[in-house]
Structures are given as C-alpha cells and as structure tokens.
Design a protein around this ligand. Structure first.
Ligand code: GLU
Length: 467
C-alpha cells in the first residue's frame, strides 16, 4: 500500500476501541446521544465535559455546551460546465455565541459530514475563548472536491453555498473564513456574493462578513501564515520549559498545505530542523534537515511532497543534497526520531497504531482534532506530551479577528503590529493552559479546555439564562 493509500485508510478506519474512562458523563444519556467512541463530535464534547467537571461547572451549562445552538443543512443546484446540474450539500453549524458572533471556517471536502462540522464548530467555541477573542464558535462545510472541478464551477458552488446560508450569517452574526479546501479566493467570492444579496447591510460592513480575504479587498497582512505562525509562537513559548531548545529542535510534519508549509518555514527560521514530511502524495526524510523553502516551491509546482528527493538528489550517486530527501514509507515517516511531531492534516489521523510508531517528545496539534482518544491515551502512557489543537492552531482565528477589527475601522495594520498582537494572544493562551495544568494537575488538553471554559462559564454566570 502506498503512503497515500495508507493515509486515506487511516482516516477512514480509526482504531475501533473504547477506552474505560471515555464518554462517562451522564449528559450523553440526558441528551439521548449514542456513545460511539469513534464519533468526532462526541470525542470533542467528552473533552469539554471532562474539563467542566474539574471546574464544577453548573449542570445546565454542560447540557448547553453539549449541543450546538443551530445546525443548518442546505442543498443547492449548480450548473456544471457540461451543461448538467449537480446538487450539492452544505452545512453551517453554530455551536455557541455567548462570547460574541459565531466564527469559524468553511471546509470544501468530499467527506464532509454533519458530525464533523459539529465537532469543528465546538472546537471553535473553545479556541476563541482560550485566545480571548470576542467570538463564539461555528463551522461550515460543503461536500465537494475543489480539486476535481473547474475554477468557474468552483466559483458557482462557492457563491450558491454562501447564498444558501446568507440569512444566518452576517458581519456581526456569524463570520465564515477559510479552512481545508478553501482560501482567500473563495472568501472573495463569498464576500462579493454576500455584498450583492444582503440588502440590509451597508457595503462596507458587508465586507466584514468573512475573514481570510485577499489583501486587496480588506484582508489582513499575516493572515495567510497566521495558523502556522501561531503554532510556532506556542512552541517557542513552551518547548524550552520541556527542556527542548527551539534552536536545533528536530521536527516531523504530517501535511504540507497552508498550515504545514508555513509552520515549516517559520520554525526553520527559528533554527529548528524539519527532518520528515508526509502528505497525501507520499513521505520524505532527510536527517540533515529538509530545505523547506525549496519543498514549498516543489509542492506549489507538483501538488505534493512526493518526488522532492528525486528532483533535488544526485541520481548518479544516489546521494542527496541538503535540499533533497529520501522517499520513505508511511511507517518510517512516523518512526523518524524527532523532538516534535506536528500533525497538520485532517482529523483522527493519529490512532493507536500511529501513536505506537511515533518517536517524539511532543505532539503539537496544528490540525483540528488529529489525535484519537485511544491514540492520545497511548501517547500519554509513553510519556509524550500532546499540545492540543485549541491552543496550537488558534492563530488563524486570532488574525481573522484582527482583520475584522481593521475592517471595522477601515484601516490596515502593518505586519509587525499583526504579528506582535498575534504573539501576545498565543503566549497568553499558552500560559493560561500551563497555569490550569499546574492548578488541576491534568494533561495539557484538559488544561486548555479548562482555561477556555472558565471564561465561558464566567460570562454565563454574569448574563444568566434568558428570560
Ligand atoms: N478554519 C480556521 C480554524 O479552524 C480559521 C477560522 C477563522 O479564521 O475563523 O481555526
């Protein structure tokens, strides 16, 4: 089986085993939720409820947070280039808005399901609270493979999707952004469509309906690299405390899309060495350190990391230059000894098997929910620290917030201001998490959820429940 096939299989078939102390809250019974340990939504809510118990959060609040406020599902037709019509399915799930307007990306992927979008929306609630940006949590999705259709078709899908949910979003109601399979161009189509159809909102305000826009139409400097930058900011803050100096730290990376490729380049700038990378096309390794700038160019040209070693190595001697790398199997990739392993691809990829293969000291979750609970339990047993996604990858939404603030004031900040404000949010979120870990003597994931929930619980206590 190729690395690609194996990566796909690992998404489709997470380890099917239930752990003893998993999904124990009575809230699941009260809400009639089936205890399926492989369900991503239940996994996320389980983390939330676990943290809620540490904080002794009122039961009614646990019930509220265990279900999204709104789950919107839409179907819309789009004319394809061959003249045929295809029906597409889309979602927008609004988990919670106690802290501010709903906020979260839109994913274009053929495997998008309601429960995944629900899980990702709950993660957004926690993320925004942890980094203290005044937003709630939401997520959107459309069942489409953006790589399998033409640009015009993709534009029509994007426009129809945003039109279909236009009555539930708005610049102060719910603010979409990019996620897997969407980018600044998608946001430009979203914004333009919304500006054309939302009669009640002024044009200038309507621009704020999405973040992650192109620079030329209200986007922020630093937004594209923000998630990768946030991961690096967290690592720079936390690694030295774990006895790992950033300078010379070794890193392996799963996924080389927006988050992975930026993270790689930014951590290399800090003197760390990226020694192994795997994506949907294959896996490569060079213990001397991969030239990640050349790798980013290679991926831009060819669509994946596969072939990087071959194109940069010396084929006559079989030896590779500093810029090159060897093609390795999936298992060799995971078994590469490193200080930090960074999953920056999709959910649930680090199951029990992969957790057993990893030879790292720290897992920094750049992707959303990349580790299964069973995988995480094994990592803990093996003494590997997991820095949770709601901490590591909250840089994206933080700069989204900065973009939205700039749009509100019709100004453009310079990159230094964006980067330093992002850094403050990330460093404080990391410290909040560390503090909760010491206070409650728990793992980092639970600690991050505690630090996030504390804020949400305080606001609920202040506001009370209407009426
Ligand atoms: N999709 C990104 C995330 O999962 C960014 C969300 C946003 O900027 O609103 O955090």
């Amino acid at each position: 089986m190729s690395a690609t096939e194996m990566a796909k299989a690992s998404i489709a078939a997470p380890t099917n085993r239930q752990s003893e102390d998993f999904l124990t809250s009575s809230v699941f019974d009260e809400l009639g939720m089936q205890r399926d340990p492989n369900n991503l939504y239940l996994q996320v809510i389980d983390s939330v409820l676990r943290a809620a118990e540490y904080l002794e959060i009122p039961h009614h609040l646990q019930l509220i947070l265990a279900q999204p406020k709104n789950e919107i599902m839409v179907h819309f037709p789009v004319r394809m280039n061959d003249g045929e019509y295809r029906l597409f399915k889309g979602y927008r799930v609004q988990h919670n808005n106690i802290l501010g307007p709903y906020k979260g990306g839109v994913r274009f992927h053929p495997d998008v399901h309601l429960d995944d979008v629900k899980a990702l929306s709950a993660l957004m609630t926690m993320k925004c609270s942890l980094v203290r940006v005044p937003y709630g949590g939401a997520k959107g999705g459309c069942k489409v493979d953006p790589r399998a259709i033409d640009r015009d078709e993709l534009m029509r899908v994007s426009r129809r999707f945003i039109a279909a949910i236009s009555n539930v979003i708005g610049p102060d109601i719910d603010i979409p952004a990019p996620d897997v399979g969407t980018n600044a161009q998608t946001m430009a189509w979203f914004a333009d469509t919304y500006m054309n159809i939302s009669g009640s909102v002024s044009r200038q305000d309507a621009l704020r309906v999405v973040t992650g826009k192109p620079l030329e139409m209200g986007g922020s400097l630093g937004r594209e690299k923000a998630t990768g930058q946030g991961v690096v900011d967290v690592l720079v803050e936390l690694l030295p405390d774990m006895g790992i100096p950033i300078e010379g730290a070794t890193v392996s990376l799963l996924g080389f899309g927006n988050v992975g490729s930026w993270m790689a380049r930014l951590i290399a700038d800090k003197g760390a060495k990226v020694v192994a990378v795997m994506d949907h096309t294959g896996a490569i390794r060079n213990d001397e350190g991969i030239d990640v700038v050349s790798l980013a160019e290679h991926v831009e040209e060819t669509g994946g990391v596969a072939g990087f070693g071959a194109s940069h190595g010396d084929t006559r001697t079989g030896r590779h230059t500093q810029a090159g790398a060897d093609a390795v199997s999936e298992e060799e990739f995971y078994r590469t000894p490193v200080d930090v392993f960074v999953p920056a691809a999709l959910e649930q990829m680090i199951d029990e098997e992969k957790a057993g293969w990893l030879e790292c000291k720290v897992v920094a979750e750049a992707a959303n929910a990349p580790t299964t609970p069973v995988g995480e339990r094994l990592l803990q047993k093996r003494g590997i620290e997991v820095l949770p996604a709601i901490l590591c990858n909250s840089g994206g939404v933080t700069v989204s917030y900065l973009e939205w603030v700039q749009n509100k004031q019709s100004v453009q900040w310079d990159l230094e201001r964006v980067d330093s404000t992002l850094n403050k949010h990330m460093v404080l979120a990391a410290r909040r998490t560390q503090l909760a870990q010491h206070r409650f003597e728990c793992d980092m994931r639970t600690a991050a959820y505690i630090a996030a929930l504390e804020q949400i619980a305080k606001v609920y206590a202040l506001r009370g429940i209407f009426p």
